[in-house]
Design a binder for this molecule. Structure first.
Ligand code: CA
Ligand code: CA
Length: 227
């Protein structure tokens, strides 16, 4: 009797506690559900934003690519219009890097025969010609004749158009010009200027050399479309 009554009392006490526990669990489930839905929505928004950004970047990249391609085609077209075939256009002039290895005098004459003259360098041309000479050099000893000589009066350097060398645009390699003289080989010294590799890597250095040396050369002319 005592036992049955005690059990009924315990059952009676446990019922509200059980209900409370259920309510707490339901509340927890509800909170977790809301948090999950909220997180899911934010994740979806973030993914949509990333998709949109990615799409915009792709469209932007394609636009840049298309514009660069158009610029490149236009530059090539202008270059083709501005210079004869195999000549390089730069700053209103055309340059031809001749692979023929000739002495300075024959190089000068060859440039004239193809409508130009041996290159006369200005400050603006220095970087451009240095870069191109570097790209054309097959060996470290490859050099290119330019239109500069002191053949008439020693140490008075003149361009092929008879203008004197401007002190501001001298690019002699260190210790050049040295007018290096060897009896029986070049008894008159070195009177012609070449452009080529210095030490350790520069390719826009000038050297005075024996004019009889065989070198490649750089010819120059005004672009036919300039002005
Ligand atoms: Ca000399
Ligand atoms: Ca020299």
């Amino acid at each position: 009797m005592y036992s049955k009554s005690h059990a009924g009392s315990c059952l009676h006490c446990a019922c509200p506690a059980f209900v409370a526990l259920c309510l707490i669990l339901l509340g927890a489930v509800a909170v977790l559900t809301v948090l999950y839905i909220s997180h899911d929505l934010k994740l979806k928004e973030r993914l949509e934003l990333q998709d949109q950004l990615s799409k915009n970047q792709t469209e932007h990249g394609q636009h840049d690519l298309s514009r660069n391609s158009a610029d490149s085609r236009r530059n090539c077209f202008q270059r083709e219009l501005s210079c004869p075939k195999k000549w390089e256009y730069h700053g209103g002039k055309c340059y031809f890097f001749s692979e023929n290895r000739l002495n300075w005098t024959r190089s000068r004459d060859h440039c004239i025969s193809i409508g130009g003259h041996l290159a006369i360098k200005s400050i603006e041309e220095q970087e451009f010609m240095g870069r191109l000479v570097q790209s054309k050099m097959m060996t470290d000893n490859d050099r290119f004749w330019i239109g500069l000589t002191d053949e008439q009066v020693e140490t008075q350097w003149l361009w092929v158009d008879n203008t004197p060398l401007d002190e501001m645009i001298r690019h002699w390699l260190e210790k050049e010009p040295d007018n290096w003289t060897v009896i029986l080989i070049n008894p008159t010294g070195e009177d012609c200027a070449s452009m080529g590799k210095g030490y350790p890597t520069d390719s826009d250095n000038w050297h005075d050399e024996n004019c009889a040396t065989l070198h490649k050369s750089v010819c120059e002319s005004i672009s036919p479309n300039n002005g």
